[in-house]
Structure formats: C-alpha cells, structure tokens
Write a new protein. Structure first.
Length: 231
C-alpha cells in the first residue's frame, strides 16, 4: 500500500512517515505540491497526507484531483493542519470528504493521526490486505467511468488552469460539466477578476475518471464563477 505525503517541513514529514509506515504503508514524500499533482495518477496512492500550512491554497486542488478512483479504490485525504483550520476551511475540507484532520506532529497529534487511519474497517487503515499483500477492493468507493453527479446530467470532473494574464495558478470547484462546457468557482476569486468573455485559456488541466488531460478553454461567462467551453 502506498501513501503520498506532501509537505515542506522535514521534522513533520519524518514523524508522519513513521506513523504511516507502522500502519503498513510505503511512503512517498513530495515537498512540491505541483510536482505531486503531476505525478499523483502515476503513483496511484491509497492515501494522501497534505500539509495545509505549507500549501494553504493548493491543498484543495490536490484533494479534488484525487477525488476520482484509481482502479477500484478512491484515494482518501488526511490533512495536517498545524494549529487547526478556521471554520470556512473546515467546511471546505468536509465538502471535499477528507478522511480527517490532525493539528500537530507531537505525541498527541500523531495519536490523532493513528485514530484517523483506524477509524473505519477499510483498506486505508493499512491493515486489510489479501493473501498476496494487496489492498482489498472497496466497491462502494469506486466511481464508474464518466459517473454523473446527483443531478443526473453533469460529469464528475476536476479542473485547474493558469490565468493567461497574471500567470497565477487557479484552483477551484468544477461542476455542471457536460463534456464541452463547465462552470468553475475559484478558491481565490481575485485570481479571475482580470478575465473577461472571449479570453482563451491555453494552459489548463481537466480530470475525469477516465483520464487527466491538458486542455484549452474559452471564457463564455465571467462573474463570481466562470463558464468555460473547451476548445
């Protein structure tokens, strides 16, 4: 079983790695979140632990990109939120279905991490392996290819892009994707304020269950949310 640990502090990475290894995980550590994002599908981790202090904006992007399944199981995300999250960020974490949050890497914090790992009888506790040492599939967590959301119309997807005017990396919540158009609500609204209808976004990434691909898009509507059309 594999765990992807994303954080920029050596002490925290070392302490968390020891807990994960004791739970049966092979731990892969990345200090650069964008590099982890580039390689997460290839790594296909069962579990992802992210430092929210080191990556206060982009932890949500990686969590959302990990929300589709990798061959019969869905990676779950645990947040290392040093000092805790505020109410708004906690609600975002809940909406993204993170497995749990721990706030320190001292004895108390690491014990909380162990409790999060073991809170359910599932593969993510690091214990339920088959006779050959492979994780048992969890059918209830799998997402069917191009699985529609609850409205029965849109395709589950994740989306992020580089603002062509400011070159800022824009993460957020993608929804209402019909295969051609999608709505996008940015995590940081200021990052899209300079965009307007007709602007072409050349550098973007779209992930559905079936694949992650580089795409381009045109802004069709621009307010608090963007309406984008792939091209």
């Amino acid at each position: 079983m594999k765990a992807l640990l994303v954080g920029d502090t050596d002490l925290a990475n070392d302490n968390v790695s020891r807990v994960l290894e004791s739970a049966g995980y092979n731990v892969i550590v990345y200090k650069w979140l964008l590099k982890a994002l580039d390689n997460v599908e290839e790594i296909a981790p069962h579990l992802i632990v992210i430092s929210t202090k080191d990556y206060p904006r982009h932890w949500k992007t990686l969590t959302q990109f990990a929300s589709t399944d990798f061959g019969g199981y869905k990676p779950q995300v645990i947040l290392y939120a040093e000092g805790g999250l505020d109410e708004e960020e906690t609600k975002k974490a809940e909406a993204l279905n993170v497995r749990g949050i721990f706030e320190s890497v001292d004895v108390e914090g690491l014990e909380k991490l162990r409790e999060i790992l073991a809170k359910e009888i599932d593969i993510y506790s690091g214990k339920l392996l088959d006779s050959e040492g492979h994780p048992q599939p969890v059918e209830s967590l799998a997402v069917a290819e191009d699985s529609p959301e609850s409205d029965g119309l849109s395709i589950l997807c994740s989306f992020m892009f580089t603002n062509p005017l400011s070159l800022s990396l824009v993460s957020g919540y993608a929804h209402n994707f019909d295969g051609k158009k999608l709505s996008f609500k940015p995590d940081v609204p200021d990052f899209i304020k300079n965009l307007s209808e007709g602007i072409k976004i050349e550098c973007a990434a779209l992930k559905t269950h079936s694949e992650m691909e580089a795409v381009s898009a045109v802004v069709k509507e621009c307010s608090d949310e963007l309406v984008l059309e792939l091209c």
